[in-house]
Write a protein that binds this ligand. Structure first.
Ligand SMILES: Nc1nc2c(ncn2[C@@H]2O[C@H](COP(=O)(O)OP(=O)(O)OP(=O)(O)O)[C@@H](O)[C@H]2O)c(=O)[nH]1
Ligand SMILES: [Mg+2]
Length: 242
């Protein structure tokens, strides 16, 4: 049985960084489709996307990271495993992607894997040690995707939403260490003060999702989810020879 996999890359003004990430995703040969969502970039990100064998989606204006992931999800309704990969990663290799995908492709009853960066660059490692819940590199199983609501409004709160939800469903997520991978921090992309200002906005969105949006949503919806997680069967797929 062939497992169908895809990767979704949200990108906002990542022209100098996105090329190497996309090249790694494509050359890994691990994904049936790589979908890149340009979320209202004002630089040349879109041309970097067009230059590669990936599917591109372009938002005319900036709608936020979660809205971009949601647009990507609409493009891959029949994938069994979907990876979310940021466009600004440093040191990404095929083996990192393999290690994140494998627990889900081997056992589709798992909900999600989440990468944890370590041993790459000191400031990123330090943040990761305490806030690995924020890491955007994840693989979601179809089982989890089918239980996920529309994530559009969550902006940078999408990661804490998914992590808390997986935990409240019971199984939680599987943490996968990614040695040697880091990313370019906002202060490096935009300059110290503008970058820090963007960081504060991001943390505000994270806190809003963690303390406000998720608890409200969970109170209304968790009780209604009747999928018996312990007896879940992956959907039957046609054999390749059919
Ligand atoms: N679609 C979309 N993607 C965004 C937006 N802002 C950032 N991204 C993308 O989402 C990914 C993560 O965003 P970053 O700004 O790198 O955030 P981060 O890595 O969590 O945070 P830092 O530690 O501050 O760098 C990158 O691929 C960005 O291009 C946005 O407004 N819309
Ligand atoms: Mg980043």
């Amino acid at each position: 049985m062939k497992v169908k996999t895809s990767a979704i890359v949200p990108a906002h003004n990542e022209e100098p960084r996105i090329g190497t990430v996309l090249d790694t995703l494509v050359s890994s040969d691990l994904f049936d489709l790589v979908v890149v969502v340009d979320d209202g970039s004002t630089d040349d990100t879109w041309n970097e996307i067009l230059a590669r064998p990936v599917a591109g989606i372009r938002h005319p204006t900036n709608l936020g990271k979660a809205a971009a992931l949601q647009s990507g999800l609409h493009r891959v309704p029949d994938s069994d495993a979907v990876a979310f990969i940021d466009a600004d990663l440093l040191g990404l290799k095929t083996e990192h992607l393999e290690s994140l995908l494998e627990p889900i492709t081997e056992n589709p009853t798992h909900l999600m894997t989440v990468a944890q960066f370590h041993r790459a660059r000191a400031p990123v490692d330090a943040v990761q040690k305490w806030f690995s819940i924020l890491n955007g590199q994840r693989v979601l199983s179809r089982r989890f995707l089918n239980l996920l609501p529309d994530i559009t409004p969550l902006r940078f709160g999408i990661e804490v939403f998914m992590t808390r939800y997986a935990r409240d469903l019971g199984p939680g997520h599987i943490q996968v260490p990614w040695r040697g991978v880091s990313h370019v921090m906002k202060e490096e992309k935009y300059g110290l003060l503008p970058g820090f200002a963007r960081r504060l906005i991001m943390y505000k969105e994270v806190m809003a999702a963690y303390l406000g949006y998720y608890p409200r949503w969970a109170k209304r919806n968790l009780g209604r989810i009747d999928t018996p997680l312990d007896v879940f069967e992956p959907p039957a797929r046609k054999a390749a020879s059919d």
